[in-house]
Design a protein around this ligand. Sequence first.
Ligand code: NAD
Ligand code: LMR
Length: 332
Amino acid sequence: MSEPIRVVVTGAAGQIAYSLLYIIAKGDVFGPNQPLILHLLDIPPMMGVLEGVVMELADCALPLLHGVVPTADPAEAFKDVSAAFLVGAMPRKQGMERKDLLSANVKIFKVQGEALDQHAKKDVKVLVVGNPANTNALVCAKYAPSIPKENFTAMTRLDQNRAQAQIAAKTGVPVANVSNVIIWGNHSSTQVPDASFAKVVKGGKTLSASEAVNNDAWLQNEFIETVQKRGAAVIAARKMSSAMSAAKAAGDHMRSWFLGTEPGKYVSMGVLSDGSYDTPKDVVFSFPVTIENGKWQIVKGLQIGDHYRQLLEATGKELVEERAEAFAIIEA
Ligand code: NAD
Ligand code: LMR
């Protein structure tokens, strides 16, 4: 067994955290030999609820959980953490786009960027889940200048998981038989789910998604729209935004980052764009990445078809607009 690492989850009294804390504490993210001390941050009015969450974590009797630090103080929450799940933020309601949350949420990520800068380990890996996740991650990175920019990422793994599940259902294979579906761009309704390079294992053979689905019109239209609008569909049905699937995706994202991707496979993450694939630089854009030794690298050299190129342009444009809006709100 190694020494325990400190992991912070913000929004710890909220609905995503309620599923996520168990996934982390039982070892699904950092591995079965990695003990943890969980730091739980929420706002002062939620401290009573958080107390109940702490009781439940104790009652789970999880061997890897070596300590819990519930707090409303960002300095205590971010002290010496190696991993940060930034979940705490307002969720959207029916009829809203995620970017409508900018004015409510963006300042949270400025404060938390500053707190990470002052108190976290310099190699902390930060996953932003709170919406609009890409732009919040950009803001957080900007206010944590002593931490490398590549340590700030935004979650599009839920979109990747949704896309994989759609293709698995369409082709009649288990979801684990589908890999390398890409999510490009923003975690918003302009995101680009792209199955052009996806693989489907069916009947003992590895096929392209196009061969397995045998319906390119579906892949270029209905598939994309279903994934783009899945968050809204869950809100319409549940009257609350996705939580169990969001927690699972957050665990998947951090596990890939800490433990690496499998040979020949890649995953999608919102990372600071270096301009790859003619995307705008200095926005947090979701790319396919491979990960080794805790470092991600954008998969280069994929030939993007015209249909997707136009969609990539639109999602990049939206991120540039969100960036301007976010910094205008912060500087106002
Ligand atoms: P929730 O309202 O159930 O919980 C949010 C929690 O955050 C609350 O307990 C609240 O008190 C807390 N909080 C608010 N401000 C805080 C602050 N400054 N510091 C610490 N905690 C704070 O919401 P939820 O369903 O858990 O969703 C959280 C966020 O995640 C929302 O913005 C939602 O839109 C987003 N989300 C993102 C994805 C994704 O794929 N990227 C998926 C699902 C949800
Ligand atoms: C999701 O994709 O489910 C989340 O981002 C919540 C939302 O607002 O759609």
